[in-house]
Design a protein around this ligand. Structure first.
Ligand code: ZN
Length: 324
C-alpha cells in the first residue's frame, strides 16, 4: 500500500524511488511503532492513576489525614460542649451569685472578648483548604475559651472575697432548695390550674408527696405558722436583711416550729401537703426581698449546679401552667 511505502532520492534517476524493505525490516518497523505507542500509553496511564489513586506512601498519608481530620471533628464537638458549660457557669455567675450578693454583673463584652484578627492563624494556610479552616476554627475557639475562663476565674475570686466579708448576711439569704424534688412550674405569669386564666405566679412549684420534708433555706425566725386562705397551711420565715420565704399548702409543721422560733439553713421546718387552693400535692415556695416577690430560682445557688440551673430555667420557661 502507498502509505506503507518509504521513498529515497535516487541521484542517478533524479527522482524519488520506493525503498525496497526486506521482510525482517518490515517486522522491525511495525514492532518499533507498537513499542513507542505502548510506552506513551503506559506513561499517560500512570500519570492518571497516580493522581487518582497514588503511590503506597501517598495512600498511607491520605489515610493518616482522614484520621486526623476525624480527630479534629471530635475536638470540635468537645469545644462546643465546653462552651455550653461555660455559658451555664457565666449565667449562674451573673444571675445568681452576683445579683443575690448585690454585686455588679460583669459586662458582656468583657466575658466575650473578640476573637483575634484572622492573621494570627495564617500559619494554617499551608494546609489544604478544609484542614486549614478547621485548624483555624479550633485554635481561635480554644484561645477564646481560655480568655473566658480567665474572666470567670477573676469573677469567682471577687465573689469569694465578697463572701468572706459578708458571711453573716449570707447565712441568712435563702440559698438552697427547700426540698429534694422536681421543679414543676416557675415564677411569673402562669395559667392558674383552677381559674384557668393567666395570673401572676409569685413563687415556684415543686412536686412533693404529702409529708415530704421541707427545710429552711437560710437562717431566720419563724414569722407565721398557721392556715391562710388559698395558701392553705402556710409557713413564713423572716431571714432579716429584707428577705422572707413562704411555704404554702403544707400538711404540717416540724416539732418546735412556731412564731418566734429560730431556724438555721437546712433545719427541717415543715411537711408538704395539699391544703388551700391547689391542683394536687406540691410545695409552692416564695422568696420576698423588701416586700416584693422575686424569682426563687435565683436563690438556690448554694446547692444547684450550673447544669441544674439551666434545666430549671428551661422547665420554668416551657411550662405555662402552675400548680398554684
Ligand atoms: Zn405555686
Amino acid at each position: 500500500m502507498a502509505t506503507h511505502e518509504h521513498f529515497i532520492y535516487d541521484d542517478d534517476q533524479c527522482k524519488f524511488v520506493p525503498v525496497a524493505y526486506g521482510k525482517s525490516e518490515r517486522y522491525l518497523h511495525t514492532f518499533s511503532i507498537w513499542l513507542v505507542s505502548s510506552v506513551i500509553f503506559a506513561c499517560i496511564g500512570l500519570a492518571v492513576l497516580s493522581q487518582n489513586v497514588g503511590t503506597p506512601a501517598e495512600l498511607a498519608l491520605k489515610a493518616e489525614n482522614q484520621i486526623l481530620t476525624s480527630h479534629l471533628e471530635n475536638t470540635k464537638t468537645s469545644i462546643l460542649t465546653l462552651e455550653e458549660q461555660l455559658d451555664g457557669i457565666a449565667e449562674m455567675d451573673s444571675k445568681m451569685y452576683r445579683s443575690v450578693l448585690g454585686m455588679e454583673s460583669i459586662p458582656e463584652e468583657k466575658r466575650e472578648p473578640g476573637i483575634g484578627g484572622a492573621d494570627i492563624y495564617s500559619e494554617f494556610e499551608l494546609y489544604s483548604e478544609d484542614a486549614s479552616e478547621i485548624l483555624k476554627w479550633t485554635a481561635s475557639r480554644i484561645d477564646n475559651l481560655e480568655r473566658r475562663i480567665n474572666v470567670q476565674k477573676m469573677s469567682f475570686d471577687e465573689i469569694q472575697n465578697f463572701y468572706n466579708d459578708n458571711q453573716e448576711r449570707l447565712k441568712h439569704v435563702p440559698a438552697i432548695r427547700p426540698l429534694e424534688g422536681i421543679l414543676l412550674s416557675g415564677f411569673g405569669m402562669r395559667v392558674h390550674p383552677v381559674f384557668k386564666y393567666k395570673r401572676m405566679h409569685s413563687g415556684i412549684d415543686f412536686r412533693a408527696d404529702i409529708g415530704t420534708h421541707l427545710f429552711a433555706t437560710g437562717d431566720g425566725v419563724v414569722k407565721y405558722a398557721k392556715r391562710n386562705g388559698n395558701y392553705g397551711n402556710l409557713l413564713i420565715i423572716d431571714h432579716g436583711f429584707g428577705f422572707e420565704t413562704r411555704y404554702a399548702h403544707l400538711s404540717g409543721y416540724a416539732d418546735g416550729v412556731r412564731v418566734g422560733s429560730e431556724v438555721k439553713r437546712g433545719d427541717l421546718v415543715a411537711f408538704s401537703g395539699n391544703t388551700g387552693l391547689t391542683n394536687g400535692p406540691h410545695l409552692h415556695y416564695e422568696v420576698y426581698l423588701n416586700g416584693d416577690a422575686i424569682d426563687p430560682l435565683n436563690y438556690l445557688f448554694a446547692d444547684v449546679t450550673p447544669e441544674e440551673y439551666l434545666m430549671y430555667q428551661e422547665i420554668a420557661k416551657n411550662n405555662p401552667a402552675s400548680m398554684d
